[in-house]
Write a protein that binds this ligand. Structure first.
Ligand code: 13P
Length: 250
């Protein structure tokens, strides 16, 4: 089902107590029932935040990464099964920071997507171009390739469990947001690609989030676009009242 989603990506921020306070403040805030809220939290916070959201209506927790292997000698890594075992249902995969700083490419992320799905997790798959690619006008081709490589070998059943997040890298943490038209153009293109690969009904049911300097002040115009189903929010998700403004813009 195509849902309206406000997902926060806390990245490597918050200590456990202020993370819990943040989640609690969002839970207690005024928010519409139809919006699905996801907190993407650091690994050390997962079980704790999961305990806070477990009984809340439409509020979930996400890991920010998982390893592609089921288990084994991978010091420092976390298996999808470990995330699922504590009741967490989502995992962010392919974030541009993972691609840039940890050398992840589409082939590796494709493996992580498969492992996550095999363990019952819903991947939030991130894609997006850097500034030179946008300036060269090849952003659609690049994002199409990222999606095709990592997602289009999935079965229809599995693909239906995926959330896509379009995050132009030039808009992440920069304060420069894609214009509503730029976001809509890419989201529409992604939905058309899904129609081509899996058919209209799957495309209509897929949630496609926008990420990159989403704030209370610009959320409504982005979310007003017909193919923008919500946001994957970094900095602004670290402040409960700002994140609640974003949630209420959906
Ligand atoms: P900002 O909202 O801080 O630009 O971060 C976006 C992001 O990377 C979410 O995953």
């Amino acid at each position: 089902m195509r849902r309206k989603i406000a997902a926060g990506n806390w990245k490597m921020n918050t200590q456990i107590q202020n993370g819990l306070d943040l989640a609690q403040a969002v839970l207690e805030g005024e928010r519409p029932n139809h919006v699905h809220i996801i907190f993407g939290v650091p690994a050390t916070h997962l079980a704790h935040v999961q305990a806070v959201v477990r009984n809340a209506n439409q509020v979930f927790c996400a890991a920010q990464n998982c390893h592609q292997a089921e288990s084994g000698a991978y010091t420092g890594e976390i298996a999808a099964s470990m995330i699922a075992a504590i009741g967490v249902q989502y995992v962010i995969l392919g974030h541009s920071e993972r691609r840039d700083y940890f050398g992840e490419n589409d082939q590796l992320i494709a493996k992580k997507v498969k492992t996550a799905l095999a363990n019952g997790l819903h991947p939030i798959y991130c894609c997006g171009e850097k500034l030179p690619v946008r300036e060269a006008g090849t952003h659609i081709a690049l994002v199409s390739e990222q999606i095709e490589e990592a997602l289009f070998s999935l079965s229809e059943d599995d693909f239906r469990k995926v959330i896509i997040a379009y995050e132009p890298v030039w808009a992440i943490g920069t304060g420069v947001t894609a214009s509503p038209e730029q976001a809509q153009e890419m989201h529409y293109t992604i939905r058309q690609m899904i129609t081509g690969a899996y058919g209209q009904s799957v495309a209509n049911d897929t949630s496609i989030l926008y990420g990159g300097s989403v704030k209370g002040a610009n959320a409504a115009e982005l979310f007003a676009q017909p193919d923008v189903d919500g946001g994957l929010v970094g900095g602004a998700a670290l402040n409960a009242s700002e994140f609640l403004t974003i949630i209420n813009a959906l």
